[in-house]
Design a protein around this ligand. Structure first.
Ligand code: ZN
Length: 109
């Protein structure tokens, strides 16, 4: 039975991942024995797919790292903001107290 290369190439990813039916598998294997370009395609899948998987995993890892960096930066920024606003509130309180005490001192004598 002769099957068009396009059909086999549609099936190749399924065949490669071992998720196609036995019949499809037999068809693909039969075709691969006769067709060099399709078996080349399968070989390319064997070599290219793991690399692209690693790359996408590496990209995932990089984006996670970048996210956590951004998150840490955000945390640091909010902590700094909190400290700054606390310091400002404290300074204002001290100034008010100082002025209040100063006025009392001025008023008393
Ligand atoms: Zn073919």
């Amino acid at each position: 039975m002769k099957i068009a290369c396009e059909i086999i190439r549609d099936l190749l990813p399924l065949y490669h991942d071992g998720v196609c039916s036995m019949e499809s598998r037999e068809l693909v294997e039969e075709h691969l024995t006769e067709c060099g370009s399709c078996s080349g395609e399968l070989l390319a899948m064997d070599t290219v797919l793991p690399v692209s998987n690693e790359e996408s995993q590496w990209d995932d890892a990089k984006s996670v790292i970048q996210l956590s960096k951004k998150w840490k930066k955000g945390m640091l920024r909010s902590v700094l903001k909190g400290m700054l606003s606390t310091a400002i509130a404290f300074a204002v309180l001290i100034i008010i107290l100082y002025l209040f005490i100063d006025i009392k001192i001025v008023v008393r004598p």
